[in-house]
Ligand binder design. Structure first.
Ligand SMILES: C[S@@+](CC[C@H](N)C(=O)[O-])C[C@H]1O[C@@H](n2cnc3c(N)ncnc32)[C@H](O)[C@@H]1O
Ligand code: SF4
Length: 437
């Protein structure tokens, strides 16, 4: 049973898919990225961003736009090919790719043949070492031809945007998606050989009741999702103008959001799933994410919680972020400008941050807290953080033992707020992040 302490959740905090977060990125010299690529060794992961969707949802905070102009898609894919080639040329021989994630947007907004061609480019430019392939898919536009591509390329992990099964919520978020459509997607992907199937669900949606949420959780379990990401809807219309289409007065308040997050946690934790952090869940036995959590090998990267242990992630496409131990580098966000830069054969990373030794240390503490609920701070950091930890410790949400900080089970929904104590870049007045729950 969680207890709601509004004063501890008052401050918006980042999701910490990196530290420092993307909010701290500044203009960087392109040579930094080139040098980081040239110094890369061993196994790497790739992320390819497809910023297109056939239909745009009102709530969406992702970098994506409508896939309604064939020419725009074609020139974007040509630019991606160019970027893949330019990056591959910088990497030393011997670098092997062991994981490729396709995200967006909706990668299935491009045609199956275009996707085959994109994969062929990756295959010809990199040394692929039997990589784990994963993809984000919009179930509304998942055709039989697309399922065939999933099977043909051996994509073993897929994530479907499901959000909610409640028709009135779907109406309110501009995403009409009958259950049939999800059932068809699940059946087709299973037949295509997908072993790990994730559902993205959301709470805190306009007009959503506790019953609506519970019904969606049940349907998700019955449909056999291996993983669930239960996101709290982040309403930040000053950053994401398309969210102005959402009726603010129909949004659940923070106390209700808290109760919804708790309902989700309690439901999945008692129905055969391993909790990953407080809002992700995975089935033990088969799913690698559950295994990583149980074995203490869980990591966090730009895609959220992951079992991918590679230290280098190279991002392709507009807004994609690359991560190296000493550098975070982000590509041009605007897809038009990205196309221009990449088609000229230039590397598209133009913003980012050099990670100092202190950034890496604090980043490791934040990652461990979010992934394992426990971290060794060291004497100096413990001394510095102790006053800010006090409200959490006093309420039984966290405990400290010499240099160790542990987030207690009741403290799970406060994990991001506790992690934020170690974030030196956090601006007290900042309103750019979403609520921690
Ligand atoms: C790239 S999409 C998933 C794949 C595909 N585009 C789809 O929607 O079916 C990323 C996910 O981010 C989540 N998301 C998007 N905007 C959000 C917001 N404002 N707050 C919380 N989660 C959000 C949704 O759950 C969505 O499924
Ligand atoms: S939620 Fe998915 S389908 Fe909807 S606009 Fe965002 S990326 Fe596209």
């Amino acid at each position: 049973m969680w207890t709601y302490y509004p004063e501890l959740l008052a401050k918006p905090v980042p999701r910490y898919t990196s530290y420092p977060t993307a909010a701290e990125f500044d203009a960087i010299d392109g040579d930094l990225y080139r040098t980081a690529l040239q110094r890369t060794q061993g196994e790497v992961s790739l992320y390819v961003h497809i910023p297109f969707c056939e239909k745009i949802c009102f709530y969406c905070g992702c970098n994506t736009g409508r896939a309604n102009r064939r020419q725009r898609l074609e020139s974007y894919l040509a630019a991606l090919d160019g970027e893949i080639d330019s990056v591959a040329r910088e990497l030393p021989a011997g670098v092997r790719v062991t994981s490729i994630a396709f995200g967006g947007g909706s990668p299935n907004a491009v045609t199956p043949d275009d996707f085959r061609a994109l994969f062929a480019t990756l295959d010809s430019c990199f040394s692929l070492d039997n990589p784990t392939l994963s993809i984000e898919l919009d179930p509304r536009t998942l055709t039989a031809d697309w399922m065939a591509v999933v099977a043909e390329l051996g994509i073993s992990r897929a994530s479907l945007g499901v959000q909610t099964f409640a028709a009135h919520c779907q109406q309110a978020i501009g995403r009409i998606q009958p259950e049939d459509c999800i059932v068809r997607a699940v059946d087709g992907l299973r037949d295509a050989g997908v072993a790990s199937l994730n559902f993205d669900l959301m709470y805190g949606l306009p007009g959503q009741t506790m019953q609506d949420l519970e019904d969606s959780l049940q349907r998700t379990r019955v449909l056999g999702a291996d993983r669930i990401a239960l996101f709290g809807y982040a309403h930040v219309p000053h950053v994401v103008p398309r969210q102005r289409a959402i009726n603010v007065s129909a949004l659940p308040d923070q106390a209700r959001r808290f109760a919804m997050a708790e309902l989700g946690y309690a439901y999945f934790a008692t129905h055969g799933y391993v909790p990953i952090g407080f809002d992700h869940f995975a089935r033990p036995g088969g799913d690698p994410l559950a295994r990583a959590a149980l074995e203490g090998k869980l990591r966090r990267n730009f895609q959220g919680f992951t079992d991918d242990g590679n230290e280098v992630l190279i991002g392709f496409g507009a807004s994609a972020i690359s991560s190296f131990p000493h550098l975070l580098a982000q590509n041009e966000k605007n897809s038009g400008r990205y196309r221009m830069v990449s088609s000229q054969g230039r590397l598209a990373a133009h913003r980012g941050i050099v990670r100092s030794a202190e950034d890496r240390y604090r980043g490791a503490v934040i990652e461990r807290l979010l992934c394992h609920g426990r971290a060794r701070l060291g004497a100096g950091l413990m001394r510095e953080a102790r006053p800010q930890l006090e409200p959490f410790v006093a309420r039984g949400l966290a405990s400290v033992d010499r240099e160790w900080l542990t987030i207690l089970p009741e403290g799970l929904p406060y994990a991001r707020s506790i992690a934020a104590i170690f974030d030196v870049y956090r601006q007290p007045k900042s309103g750019q992040f979403s609520s921690a729950v």
